[in-house]
Structure formats: C-alpha cells, structure tokens
Design a protein around this ligand. Structure first.
Ligand SMILES: Cc1cc2nc3c(=O)[nH]c(=O)nc-3n(C[C@H](O)[C@H](O)[C@H](O)COP(=O)(O)OP(=O)(O)OC[C@H]3O[C@@H](n4cnc5c(N)ncnc54)[C@H](O)[C@@H]3O)c2cc1C
Length: 444
C-alpha cells in the first residue's frame, strides 16, 4: 500500500495538490488511511503559488487570504503564517480626485473616514444597507438564509432591487469585480453576500512568506506521500476499482479523489464544470512613490469609480505598503489586475501601468516589470441559480473535489477537500473510519 509506480497499488490516490487535494489528503491521513497525492506540476499549491523575482515575492495573480474564512480558522495555523493585513478600505478614483472610503463591505455604515461621503450620500448608504441586510444578525447559516430567497438573483438585479446607485454602487461593483472576476453583474447575488460576510468578519492579508506558505503548511504533514511531476492522463473506470493512467504506468486504487481544476476534472471524470473567469495581473518594482494617494492608508486597494473608467484595471495596490516582506528594503511592489475573457486580447503592460499609476497617484516612469500573469481559468463562475455545494461522489470509489464543487475561493477549495475525505470515509467499506470525523461546516 502507498506505493505508486508502474502498475502500482494504493488505498486512496488524490489527483492534484491544490488546496482541495491537500486538505483531503490531510484529513484522510489524520483518519489513519494510506494516501498518495499525484501532482502534475513541480510544486504543491495549484493556483496558490509564489515566485521570488529580483528579491520580490510575486504571487501568481493578486490574491489575499481572509483569516475569517471558517475553513481557514479551522485547518490553518494562522500564527505560523505571520499575516500582514491590508487596510479595510478602498481608494476610489472619482472625477473630482480620490476618496478614501472605509471598506463598503466591512463597514457597511461607511462611518469614520468616510463621514464626508456618507453625509452627502444618505440615500446611497440606506440602499447599500438594504442590499446587505442578510449580513446583519446571526453569524452562521447565512447561505441557508439567502439561498432560497436570493439564490436566483444576479448581483446586478439585487443591487437594482435594493436601489443601490451612484458612487457607492460603482465602488462596490468595481471592488467586487476584482474579487469575483466578473464585471457583468451576472454572478449570483448569494455568493457576493457570502463574500461580503467574510470581508465584514476579517481583514484580508498576505503571509510573510507569500501566498505559497499556505499550501506549504498544508503539505508539511504529508511528507513523501506527495509525488510531484506526476500528471494523471486518464482514469479507467470500467473495472471494479478505478485505475489511474499516467506516463509512469497504471495505478489501481481503492478510492480515487480527483482534486484538479474544474476543466481537468471534466476531462478525467466527466463532471460538469462552471465557465471559467479570467484575470491578468501585472507586477512592477517601483522605487519612487512620490505623490501616492494611499499615504493615509498604505496598501489600500484602489478602484476606478468614475462612470467611465480611464483604463482596464479593476484594482491596483502598492502591495508592499501593506505587506513589507514582499519587497526588498527601500523598494516597492505594485500590482494591477484586469479581467480577461470573451475573446478580447488582454490589455498591454503599458495600458495597465498608466491606469495603475493614475489610480494610485504615481508617476509611471521608471517602473520595472517583474511579472505578468495571464490566467484565463483563474476562478469558476458562480452563476444563478446559486449552488454553494455540488455533489462530490461520481460513483463508488470515485470522488471529485475542488473550488468548482463549492464556492470559488480558498474557503470553497478547503471545504470541498474535507467533503471529499468524508465521502471516502463514509463509503460502504469504510463507515467506521468516519466516526468522529469533522464535518465541513459553514459555507464560504
Ligand atoms: C488570480 C487569482 C486570484 C484569486 N484570489 C482569491 C482570493 O483573493 N481569495 C480567495 O479566497 N480565493 C482566491 N482565488 C481562488 C483560489 O486560489 C482557488 O479557489 C483555490 O486555490 C482552488 O484550489 P483547488 O485545489 O480547488 O484547485 P487548484 O489550485 O487548481 O489545484 C488543482 C491541482 O491539480 C493539479 N492537476 C491538474 N491536472 C492534473 C493532472 N492531470 N494530474 C495531476 N495533477 C493535476 C494542478 O497542477 C493543481 O496543483 C484566486 C485565484 C486566482 C487564480
């Protein structure tokens, strides 16, 4: 058991070492099962990846870890990650200049620093609170409360219905576009609310060692059970037990957990997969921050809140102002992200740079390009009708997990991995092993 190679045998084989696969493997290992993880690439983490470039930490696409995610609180040692929080606010580029707004999701009343905006926009604030009403009150069970009532509603229709308009709507929509990777408003309103709850409950942050520190921690207990550069090319399900096919040979397994991205899972086992949402993220080293607009809240995310944005970026930030470990002493790391998809060519580095400089109040000369990540399959879409959880059991002995089975987030990936582990442990030959097993718990 546990050996994988030419015509090998294994008890449980997990295909893919992203967050879902790692969580699943950890849960099964903790329950005493013999598990092998086969990963196609040269490292663990899947879409969560960090490279070191010229002394900077550069994540693959701009992403943040929200320590309020229930799955993160439960299964991640946050202290060990030494999180560097981003300020809870948005720097909104308006036609009049720039306004620093308290995070519209974290501080729904938009108080404090946004007092001026609130005072001149009482109707906009009231409408925003109408939209966010389900967030008030009980902390748990939000998905169960909003899904029946708002599960068929898109974000755009829900904001219309609540009468949200004006500057605050533009700020909210542009902020969420960068999180959902959807500017069309077609995302399920219920999912937007689940994310809003997470933003209200916690301060998104970056680990001192880069986002890759998160999967590295999850993989630490798995040791040599993880085999890298091991792409699975097919799964033969014609016999009593699934057989994994790869260049290294065939592997027979009692249980197979396919923990890949949605498109690969579809190819391997035929599960339907939501359409992907894409993003391009541009990273620069900048030495001169003269004139920057975020000096009052360093690192705050900037969005273009003008009725007609002047460029393609959905957000920009001086990342190292919030996360100093991301840049060498005396230098700064800047990112800008834009949506891609629908066949249009991704925006050029020059357009992204000019827009980022405009949003952050910087001069765009002397910027050194560090990396550009074009990620057409960054996230699975979350359309209506909203399904926070899709089935994970394909057939006995064959289970699938990943963010495409739950919500499109780190939380969704971790929960789906736990659900997949539970499915293995409660399969007919394993019911006793599941006793006392931790349930996946609250959604996104
Ligand atoms: C740019 C970007 C920004 C994001 N921002 C955020 C954010 O701010 N907050 C948040 O919560 N979430 C964010 N996310 C989403 C989050 O990163 C993902 O939901 C999560 O990492 C998905 O994990 P997963 O395990 O489901 O899939 P993946 O990470 O895709 O893992 C699948 C693994 O399977 C492997 N694999 C694929 N095919 C095979 C094969 N044939 N054989 C063997 N192995 C295979 C892959 O190499 C990969 O390691 C973002 C994602 C991106 C890309």
């Amino acid at each position: 058991m546990g050996t994988v190679g030419r015509t090998g045998e294994a008890d449980v084989v997990v295909v893919g070492a992203g967050l879902a696969g790692l969580r699943c493997a950890r849960a099964l290992t903790d329950a005493g099962l013999d598990v092998v993880v086969l990963e196609a690439s040269d490292r663990v983490g899947g879409r969560v990846r960090t490279d070191r470039v010229d002394g900077f930490l550069v994540d693959q696409g701009f992403q943040l870890l929200n320590p309020a995610y229930p799955a993160v609180r439960r299964w991640v040692d946050l202290d060990a990650l030494a999180l560097q929080p981003f300020p809870a606010g948005v720097l909104a580029r308006t036609e009049e200049g720039a306004e620093l707004l308290a995070d519209p999701l974290r501080e729904l009343g938009l108080t404090g620093r946004t007092a001026r905006s609130v005072a001149v926009r009482p109707r906009e604030v009231a409408a925003l609170l109408r939209w966010a009403r389900p967030l008030v009150g009980r902390e748990r069970g939000l998905a169960d409360r909003v899904t029946p009532r708002r599960g068929d509603l898109t974000l755009r229709d829900s904001l219309d219905r609540a009468g949200v308009h004006g500057l605050l709507r533009r700020v909210l929509e542009r902020f969420l576009a960068g999180v959902l990777l959807d500017a069309s408003g077609a995302t399920a309103d219920a999912f937007a609310l689940l994310l809003a709850r997470s933003f209200a409950a916690g301060t998104p942050a970056l680990p001192a060692g880069g986002m890759a520190a998160l999967p590295a921690q999850l993989a630490a207990g798995l040791g040599d059970r993880v085999r890298l550069r091991y792409p699975v090319e097919g799964i033969d399900t014609s016999g009593a037990r699934p057989v994994l096919l790869s260049a290294a040979g065939a592997t027979r397994a009692r249980h197979v957990v396919v923990a890949t991205d949605g498109a690969t899972a579809h190819r391997l086992v035929g599960t339907p997969t939501p359409a992907p949402r894409g993003v391009v993220t541009q990273w620069w080293a900048v030495d001169d921050l003269a004139g920057r607009r975020d000096a009052r809240a360093p690192g705050v995310l900037a969005v273009d809140a003008r009725p007609r944005p002047s460029g393609p970026a959905v957000n920009a930030a001086i990342v190292s102002a919030a996360a100093p470990s991301y840049a060498p002493e005396g230098r700064h790391l800047v990112q800008a992200s834009a949506l891609i998809g629908s066949g249009a060519a991704p925006p050029s580095e020059g357009r992204m740079r000019r827009h980022a400089a405009d949003l952050l109040g910087l001069v765009d000369t002397g910027w050194q390009e560090l990396a550009r990540h074009e990620l057409p399959q960054a996230l699975p879409a979350q359309p209506v009708p909203f399904a926070a959880r899709r089935p994970v059991v394909v057939r006995p002995g064959l289970v699938v997990c990943g963010d495409h089975r739950d919500t499109a987030s780190l939380q969704g990936a971790l929960v789906s991995g736990q659900r997949a582990a539970l499915a293995v442990l409660t399969s007919p030959d394993r019911t006793t092993a599941a006793r006392g097993f931790e349930q996946p718990g609250e959604r996104a």
